[in-house]
Ligand binder design. Structure first.
Ligand code: NAD
Ligand code: UGA
Length: 463
């Protein structure tokens, strides 16, 4: 097997002319199972293969696994195809629906399944439990079980208890919390060049194995945090909720700019020069979406409640965000004196952020709902997310391009900061639109040019 990996490595390096690849492809004897092959699981699996581990990616979704076996990437994520292809070619990554077999063939099991929000705000651990059931029924030797999914503080302790109750001997497994901090749209680069890797465990043996898994990252100088499981679990929620608070804060300041005529771009730039604040995550917008900030902030509030305490700051960020998500539609309605009945409105961008096809909790959903309630006719365009949005809004019109969407439109809302919306041809827009009315919910366009072309427009605090 080792010889085969070396041969594949040489082939890979010849094909891709990568000396770095040659160094990293020969370094690990571990086999890792990554259970759950979604946005995080797939990137984690291929990222761990890229640094020299042998990885089995397993998922219950047979369609997804078949696509991967056929060389088709089930999600839109820049750079993912290339790195999957090269690691398949190198023989370092395989795909299966046989979860039990992936577990029996591996020493380390990463759990990367979804932990969506329950109605009461808590994290739903049904999928994690199902993986644990398979581990319990198939375990065939010592395993390191790693929670890569975002799981509530205390889940590690609960997992230990759950497995023991299922008759799994304590000697057969150790638990590690290894939260993931990648962003969708930037996932491959974030995984391979993380700001930090957090490893929470009470087991020296598991820690040594995890150091081996992440050996290449030590070599490249990545900061590691070694801590206990509960602290590691807390770091993930504390980080996400902090970023959510930062976004709601800058959105509130942008709204104040709207009221006063100040310019949020200059305000945010000047704020960001203060190293304690940092310039990142200071772009106001239509509210944060995605599968994580909303659900993780809610889960944190639930945890606070369980511990008989309140977190008013976290709560406020969610309240502000709910209001913020109505702003783009409200701004458009204001520009039309509330009458958009039977008017064609173009929505540019459906994904919750650029460079992804993910629409979970996307503010575009709120915007479309409000506009439809007011009788608008929606023509939407997104470079990657239209198929996903069809499941929610099957009856709006999906267009083949920006200019297809805006043709004869009476108004436009830019919802997502895709690069192609930053360079809209305002002359063409002027020629094609019926009315030059626009809401730029991401502050992408040059307001001086919009004025020159005679647009009636609104922004998020940019003046
Ligand atoms: P996802 O929905 O894209 O993927 C989850 C996958 O798990 C699906 O493919 C599903 O079929 C599979 N699955 C469900 N039950 C299974 C089982 N019993 N066995 C095998 N596979 C099973 O979710 P995601 O966005 O990748 O998120 C996964 C976890 O990672 C969540 O806890 C999330 O909070 C966390 N996280 C996500 C991101 C992100 O950017 N999406 C970043 C950091 C952390
Ligand atoms: C976020 C975190 O950034 C990741 O570190 C974390 O791993 C992930 O959640 C997770 O736990 O799932 P993600 O949701 O993929 O990543 O994307 P972000 O880039 O954080 O954007 C989140 C939302 O904030 C988007 O709706 C985005 O448009 C919005 N945003 C972001 C702004 O409105 N302004 C900004 O300046 C930055």
């Amino acid at each position: 097997m080792k010889l085969r990996i070396i041969i594949y490595s040489i082939l890979y390096c010849t094909l891709f002319n990568s000396t770095q690849a040659k160094i990293i492809k020969e370094q690990s004897n571990l086999t890792i199972a990554v259970i759950g092959t979604g946005y995080v699981g797939l990137v984690t699996g291929v990222g761990l293969a890229e640094v020299g581990n042998k990885v089995i990616c397993a998922d219950v979704d047979a369609k997804k696994i078949q696509m991967l076996k056929n060389g088709i990437i089930p999600i839109y994520e820049p750079g993912l195809r290339e790195i999957v292809d090269s690691n398949v070619l190198a023989g370092l990554i395989t795909f299966t629906t046989d979860i039990a077999q992936a577990i029996t063939q591996s020493q380390v099991i990463f759990i990367g399944v979804g932990t969506p929000m329950n109605d009461n705000g808590s994290a739903n651990l049904t999928y994690v439990k199902s993986v644990l059931d398979t581990i319990a029924s198939s375990i065939n030797g010592f395993k390191v079980i790693v929670t890569k999914s975002t799981v509530p503080v205390g889940t590690g302790a609960w997992i230990r208890h759950y497995l023991e109750e299922k008759g799994v001997s304590r000697d057969l497994f150790s638990l590690v919390s290894n939260p993931e901090f990648l962003r969708e749209g930037n996932a491959v680069s974030d995984f391979l060049h993380p700001d930090r890797i957090v490893l929470g465990t009470e087991s020296e043996q598991a820690l040594e194995i995890m150091k081996d898994v992440y050996k290449m990252f030590t070599n490249q100088g990545t900061r590691f945090i070694y801590t206990n499981v509960a602290t590691s679990e807390t770091i993930k929620y504390a980080s996400n909720a902090f970023l959510a608070v930062k976004l709601s804060y800058i959105n509130e300041i942008a709204n104040l700019c709207d009221a006063t005529g100040a310019d949020i771009k200059t305000v945010a730039f000047a704020m960001g020069l203060d190293k304690r604040i940092s310039p990142l995550f200071l772009n106001p917008g239509p509210g944060f979406g995605g599968s994580c900030f909303p659900k993780d902030s809610q889960a944190l509030l639930y945890m606070a409640d369980q511990n008989h305490m309140k977190m008013p700051v976290v709560q406020a960020s969610l309240i502000t965000n709910e209001i913020q998500k109505t702003k783009p539609a409200e701004k458009l309605l204001a520009l039309f004196n509330n009458d958009i009945q039977n008017k064609k409105i173009a929505i540019l961008g459906l994904a919750f952020k650029a460079n992804t096809d993910d629409i979970r909790y996307s503010p575009a959903i709120n915007t479309i709902e409000i506009l439809l309630d007011h009788g608008a006719i929606i023509h939407a365009y997104d470079p990657a997310a239209m198929d996903n949005m069809r499941a929610i809004f099957p009856h709006i019109t999906y267009c083949t391009s920006t200019y297809d969407a805006i043709n004869q439109a009476e108004g436009i809302i830019i919802m997502t900061e895709w690069d192609e919306f930053k360079t809209l041809d305002l002359q063409l827009l002027s020629d094609l639109m019926r009315n030059k009315v626009l809401v730029d919910a991401r502050n992408l366009l040059d307001i001086h040019q919009l004025k020159e072309f005679g647009f009636i427009f609104d922004t998020m605090g940019h003046h």
